[in-house]
Design a protein around this ligand. Sequence first.
Ligand code: HEC
Ligand code: HEC
Length: 266
Amino acid sequence: MNTESKRKRKAQARPWVLVMALLVVGLAYSVVVPPSSSAETEMTQQIEEGKAIFDVSCSSCHGLNGEGLSAGPSLIGVGAASVDFQMGTGRMPAARGEAQIPAGEVVYSQEQIDAVSAYVASFGPGPAIPESSQYDPEGLNADEIARGGALFRANCSACHGIVGGGGAMPEGKHAPALGDTEDVHIYEAVRTGPQQMPTFSKDVLEDDDVRQIIGFLNTADEAPRYGGLGMGNHGPVSEGFWIFLLGIGGLSAIAAWIAKKGAGAR
Ligand code: HEC
Ligand code: HEC
């Protein structure tokens, strides 16, 4: 074979080499970068579902982009945890602006709450909804639960009472009883500080500290009542009420009895 025909053949082969190379690159690309991962599509779908709910139920008070209006604060940067707490305890959507929007009936499914949480989280970074390993007190020993009690008395009982029974706050507000609050919502309240409650960052209370507090609150719920009347466990107000009822009521009954007896003797 002379050099002339060799060169010819090489020239003929060139387009094929190019096509093969393109194919290889194309295949490699499709392997390395999947066209659009299904997780991503799910994510945007969830955010869109959240936006649909938000526009209808929340934007009238919080603004179409969560920027805040006179009827409700800005939600930029409050994070998914705050939304999960507010909706999960039935505080949001609020019926109307009040001094303290009460916990109430939960009107959305957890799936819908997750969607709105994801949408609000897209406004700006904030605390995420925690993993169960961050708040589930399962497996804590007695020492750790006792430590949770000490942490609760140091950080929370000034407002919520010694065992979480709740307490009054200035201006007619109150720190609620914590007996029925779900573990995840306790964690979220600690991290997002609803209303007058301070926000406790991880520098102040680590996840393990919060778990121990939750463990303590759960055992405080289960603790037997040691005799006497519970009086609703509402502290001095209800106790005062009972003293008033028995004390003043009893005195009036005795006074009435004496008056009647006196009238008979006359
Ligand atoms: C009637 C008005 C109103 C509506 C409707 C409403 N909110 Fe609110 N929202 C408020 C007010 C007022 C506050 C402040 C709460 C407080 O101080 O008790 C608040 C607080 C919040 C917070 C806490 C913000 C923070 O700083 O941590 C979140 C989160 C929230 N709302 C989410 C929602 C979502 C989600 C919806 C719709 C499902 C919604 N809200 C509907 C009025 C409203
Ligand atoms: C300065 C007073 C104050 C302190 C301290 C405080 N809280 Fe609160 N907490 C409040 C108030 C007020 C609310 C009600 C907020 C609302 O209604 O939006 C609240 C709400 C809560 C809730 C929501 C309960 C529900 O209704 O489901 C939880 C859980 C909670 N606090 C836990 C804690 C824990 C745990 C600590 C200590 C680490 C703590 N709080 C410290 C004032 C306080």
